[in-house]
Design a protein around this ligand. Structure first.
Ligand code: B3K
Ligand code: ZN
Length: 841
């Protein structure tokens, strides 16, 4: 496969002034006619006229009305064209019903839908399928379907025919079309300047009852973007469509967002509190793209973080405002450590702005998205809130309607603040997670903090240079009072010291408050004191997490007992009813087994998945014992009697109640879990009860009852498939997963269902890494099967193997053998080939 480099960017030789598309829908023989007005681009280097195209049957092509015979090449066509403006017309035939890759125009349950980002439009017609070619689209759809949708505003609609016009120039990746027998859940929003916007959430018949929450989330997002970023919506209509077969969460097509049904459909009976929170965040994320992504887009795909990092940052601000900022921050950091750090510390490490790729779909990663958002968060910390707001306002002003780069983004900050951001830019260009170590000295009433940063070299960045790191620091006195409120230290060198004087008594340093930079911190802190007293809620939680991690590492490597200081500290916090229940629930969490495996590897040990699993079990047992008699009370105090609301308050109580339940189950053999299962009136309670029953070894009846109750609900059945794998004993996880693949409802071509089983298996650390290698082999069998059907979802799942170098040589060879077996499969997709070759290199 060919490698594409950022440094090779050149502009396209023509501007597309307008695009008219006409679709005549048919499952196997859809006709697409295009009419594009091209004008030469005087700023581009001389080049052949090349249009991308894949899996298209060319019927005819014309230039200025005259038939032409283009040369078909691998991945497109070339054609001789006049040196002046000209009209390109062409007709192709495509086969949506056989498009199982779910990219381009495809069918899902009888409805037509599209996914064009990143490079799917070329499967619809011949086109310069690159984000810097922006044009105004008019779309005609002919087909026997009650609902026919495309981007923009409706022009005309009659039976079996609709015309759409999108006045905003856009790249082809934002094109969308939907046709089918759908029902609209309607809403309305008036923008701050008084524009009425009709809102619709289109779903399949039967799903009408799951729309209200998503609609409200959309209205909240529209309002928030006006209030916080001054961004108003710019069309008369905003449509969202729910689709069952979708490769990712959702897609921000202009005026016509298409969502994985799991990312939009919600109801009390079928969705957990976490589902509601995620749906609200994804609806916001896609909506926010209207400005950060659509009005201002990316010049090329290397700039993906320009829209994704910024939009993730914006949606995290939204969730913080709508719910609890402290809880959101902790959740984001857990997620960052679980996914992004693993990526950054393994063979898939790449900069937030990569410099080369083979298949761009492989770069929709935690690094581009989540680390990309962390980088913006740091920028805001460094320049301050007002300068951030000014710089972003300038960005919208200066670049509206353009396809931009990270340089453009940083320039508005330099222009606003006068800062030189050239060193800061390393956050975009270098791969790897910096290690930040701190040492303290105290003398003459002065505390000196000496910071040292190093970033391990990687294949992507051989010689990382020091970063600008905003380190938020506070000092806590011996009596628990805050001696120094949060202060931002700006670290720019490899080693740097900061002093704090007039401290008659030595305080405890609370470092990296709010997780002010995405680094691995090594600090020999007084964690028990900070757990009891830190005034920064993130660092207070972090102190508990560090105590837990250190205790577990000691248990694993030295056979020590669970740390009493940790257990005592947690006991006090969890029973402190002045604290938010959601926060207390987070306090009861432990680092993931994969995170522990990584920490062991970093410390020079070889992680043994069974031993890690056993240590976590021992720790949970110790927590259950320590909280002992307080558990029934903790459980009872957090039962919600008001009518169900998926808001932060109620979700927090349920989260703490269910955290208590999981410890209680160790003491009552699942009696309370059974009672909760029998009385649950919402999915949060039902699913948590089911998980505990399985863990207690008495889940068989409930597992069957759950299946009977929910067999017709695909989204709930995804949970049923996933939970059984997640909760399986490490010895059985492989067999449970293998058994589920025999289930008549294991519709493996549906990405949600495939991920329910195999995503869960990959997350089951001790099960997936079972010494037999059976987990590796099972996943490899199914990846080989899925690849020709759906390369994108296959390639994403390959990341399950990315941590292979952490483990012992037996496991390494078992994984390597499976990876090589997949790589040896004839006609393996470019997506999967690239992922596995990088992993194994
Ligand atoms: N922009 C899309 C992701 C497209 C993924 C293509 N493989 C969703 C989002 O980030 O909002
Ligand atoms: Zn996005």
């Amino acid at each position: 496969p060919q490698t594409i480099y950022l440094k090779d960017y050149t502009a396209f030789g023509w501007h597309a002034q307008s695009v008219a598309l006409e679709f005549t829908l048919d499952p196997h023989k859809t006709r697409v006619r295009s009419r594009i007005a091209f004008t030469p681009n005087p700023d581009a280097p001389a080049q052949d006229f090349f249009l991308h195209g894949e899996a298209l049957a060319l019927i005819s092509a014309k230039i200025d009305g005259q038939d032409v015979t283009p040369t078909l090449t691998d991945g497109g066509l070339t054609c001789a064209v006049p040196a002046a403006p000209f009209i390109w017309e062409c007709e192709v035939e495509i086969d949506p019903a056989n498009n199982t890759a779910l990219e381009g125009l495809y069918m899902s349950n009888g409805m037509y839908c599209t996914q064009c980002e990143a490079e799917g439009f070329r499967k619809i017609t011949y086109y310069p399928d690159r984000p810097d070619v922006m044009s105004v689209f008019t779309v005609t759809i002919n087909g026997p379907h009650p609902v026919l949708l495309s981007n923009g505003n409706p022009v005309t609609a009659s039976e079996n025919h609709a015309e759409w016009h999108d006045p905003w120039p856009k790249p082809a990746y934002l094109f969308a079309l939907v046709a089918g027998d759908l029902i609209a859940h309607e809403g309305q929003f008036t923008t701050k300047s008084g524009r009425d916007v009709a809102l619709n959430l289109y779903v399949r018949p039967g799903d009408e009852g799951k729309c209200a929450f998503g609609m409200q989330a959309l209205k909240d997002s529209m309002k928030w973007d006006e209030d916080v970023y001054g961004r108003e919506y710019d069309l008369d209509l905003f449509n969202i469509v729910a689709v069952d077969d979708f490769n990712m969460g959702a897609m921000e097509n202009k005026g016509l967002n298409i969502f994985n049904s799991s990312a939009v459909l919600a109801s009390q009976a079928t969705s957990t509190d976490l589902n509601f929170e995620r749906i609200e965040a994804i609806i916001a994320h896609e909506y926010f793209h209207n400005w950060t992504g659509n009005r201002i887009t990316c010049r090329d795909w290397f700039q993906l973080c320009l829209k994704e990092g910024l939009t993730v940052f914006r949606d995290s601000q939204f969730t913080s405002d709508m719910r609890s900022a402290e809880v959101k921050r902790i959740g984001d950091v857990i997620d960052l450590r679980g996914r992004q750090f693993a990526e950054d510390q393994g063979p898939l490490a790449h900069p937030v702005r990569p410099e080369s790729f083979q298949e761009i779909n492989n770069f929709y990663t935690a690094t581009v998205y989540e680390k990309g958002a962390e980088v913006i968060r740091m920028l805001k910390t460094l320049v301050g809130d007002q300068a951030y707001a000014d710089a972003v306002a300038l960005y919208f002003d200066r670049h509206d309607g353009q396809a931009c780069t990270i340089e453009d983004w940083l320039q508005v900050f330099e222009d606003t603040t006068g800062r030189d951001l050239s060193q800061f830019k390393r956050w975009y260009s270098q791969a790897g997670t910096p290690r930040l170590s701190v040492s303290e000295t105290y003398a003459d009433e002065t505390l000196t903090l000496t910071f040292n940063q190093t970033t391990p070299p990687s294949a992507a960045t051989a010689d990382p240079q020091p970063y600008v790191i905003p380190v938020a620091v506070g000092l806590i006195g011996a009596d628990g009072d805050e001696v120094l409120p949060t202060t931002i230290l700006e670290m720019t060198q490899a080693e740097q010291s900061f002093t704090f004087s007039n401290l008659p008594i030595r305080p405890a340093a609370s470092i990296l408050r709010g997780f002010s930079a995405p680094v691995v911190l090594a600090h020999d802190a007084d964690n028990a004191h900070l757990l009891a007293h830190d005034t920064d809620s993130f660092n207070r939680w972090e102190a508990g997490r560090t105590l837990a991690r250190n205790a577990l590492l000691g248990m694993i490597t030295k056979g020590t007992r669970p740390d009493p200081a940790y257990l005592d500290g947690i006991y006090t916090l969890v029973n402190d009813t002045t604290l938010d229940p959601a926060y207390r629930a987070l306090m009861l969490g432990l680092p993931s087994q994969s995170e522990l495996a990584n920490a062991l590897h970093e410390a020079g040990h070889t992680p043994e998945p069974d031993i890690i699993h056993a240590a976590v079990e021992t720790m949970r047992e110790a927590l259950a014992k320590k909280l002992g008699d307080a558990l029934p009370e903790l459980y009872a105090a957090n039962q919600v009697s008001d009518s169900y609301q998926p808001d932060a308050t109620q979700s927090g109580a349920r989260a703490l109640g269910n955290a208590a339940l999981s410890l209680l189950t160790r003491r009552d053999a699942g009696a309370q879990a059974q009672a909760q299962y029998d009385s649950a009136d919402n999915m949060t309670q039902q699913l948590a009860a089911l998980a505990n029953l399985i863990r207690a070894g008495r889940g068989d009846t409930a597992v069957k009852a759950f299946e009977t109750q929910w067999k017709d609900d695909r989204l709930v059945m995804d949970k049923w498939f996933g939970l059984q794998v997640i909760e399986a004993d490490p010895e059985d996880a492989f067999e449970v997963a293998a058994g589920l693949t025999e289930h008549p409802d294991f519709n493996w071509k549906n990405p949600n269902r495939f991920r329910a089983v195999f995503g869960s298996l990959a997350l089951h650390h001790a099960g997936f890494h079972h010494a037999s290698g059976a987990g590796y082999a099972l996943l490899a069998d199914w990846l080989i099967k899925l690849d020709p059907v759906n390369p994108q979802t296959t390639a994403r799942m390959c990341s399950a193997f990315q941590t292979w170098k952490r483990y012992d040589t037996d496991r390494q060879s078992l994984i390597k053998a499976q990876v090589q077996r997949i790589l040896a499969t004839p006609n393996l997709s470019r997506d999967t080939t690239e992922m596995l070759s990088r992993i194994i290199s």
